[in-house]
Design a protein around this ligand. Sequence first.
Ligand SMILES: NC(=O)C1=CN([C@@H]2O[C@H](COP(=O)(O)OP(=O)(O)OC[C@H]3O[C@@H](n4cnc5c(N)ncnc54)[C@H](OP(=O)(O)O)[C@@H]3O)[C@@H](O)[C@H]2O)C=CC1
Ligand SMILES: CC(C)(CO)C(=O)C(=O)O
Length: 335
Amino acid sequence: MVSGQTIGVAGAGSIGCFVGGMLTAGGRRVALLARPRVIAEIEASGLRPTSFEGFDQTITRDRFALSENPGVFENAGVVLVTVKSADTAAMADVIARHAPSDVVVVSLQNGVGNAAVLRDRLPGRRVLGGMVPFNVIALGNGRFHRATSGDIVIEQDEARTAETLSVPGLKVRPTGNIEGVQWGKLLLNLNNALNALADLPLRRQLAQREWRRLFADQVAEGLAAIKAEGIKPVSPTPIPFGWLPSLLRLPDPIFEAVLGRTMKIDPEARSSMWEDLQHRRRTEVDYLQGVITGIADRRGLDAPLSRRIVELIRRAERDANGSPGLTPEQIRAGI
Ligand SMILES: NC(=O)C1=CN([C@@H]2O[C@H](COP(=O)(O)OP(=O)(O)OC[C@H]3O[C@@H](n4cnc5c(N)ncnc54)[C@H](OP(=O)(O)O)[C@@H]3O)[C@@H](O)[C@H]2O)C=CC1
Ligand SMILES: CC(C)(CO)C(=O)C(=O)O
């Protein structure tokens, strides 16, 4: 990408509006493709990325392009894909029709299959996998709040796309092993569903040992499945995966001390899957726990916890009442 070219954001919701806002604040030219409800909110209030570190800027409407018309991608040098995984294929087709043929497409999504879907539907275009380690919550009135720490990681390329996308307050690091990084993130994202079922902020959920034991059992089950596939996950935190289950099972005060040293979590942070249940949207459970049950099916492994959680999330999606607010005991009871 040539610096000065437009950075398109394909599906501006929590991640897209935060990243797009930070890039605009950092002097990049940004074009957001968004739904009418998101456009109306930003038209009324401006775009306000904020962060647990104290960053807080309201970006006026004249500083970026914002539209429901994918024509906003016509001069894009990079397009960041920030839709939920089920919408990746449809968004790839939009990019194919509206972005230049030499555009670089970067997936900033959870899950391990989105870059492959984009590559399949965008032959000839450069597609880079990515991983966003931090949480963003949509707080209303154009405010998109980064509630946990960590740097974005994307696949390294000769054009040094990662470096071009880095601005103050939003660091993007290149990696030669994006698959390992994405599988590592998938293991942490197994907590998204637990958090969604718990109806608790992440910090309060992780402060309770019974929730952490459940998360530890999920990670152990996920690790066993992905090791059977010969995959070596890279931990997104300074804690190696081999230690994570034991660490999660520690008594509350010891765990708190370790967590406090490894990452920052705002009191209001919650998983994106909790947000999906609250807004009666389809969740990404098929791309997270569903990947583990898929491996288990192929390899004849047990994955009882992942199967139970898929079932509970599907039930919550069908009920459309938001989070069911379950306890760890209620989740284990059906296994
Ligand atoms: N939120 C978070 O904290 C984190 C999220 N992630 C990952 O990032 C990805 C994005 O998540 P998140 O930002 O939370 O998701 P959101 O649902 O908040 O944002 C996606 C947005 O894209 C919109 N969209 C979908 N298709 C189109 C289209 N064709 N044209 C215009 N807009 C479209 C959606 O609208 P609609 O709903 O109407 O379809 C929605 O507003 C996911 O893979 C998620 O797992 C990763 C790390 C943290
Ligand atoms: C950052 C994290 C792990 C927060 O739960 C996330 O990826 C999400 O909410 O989707």
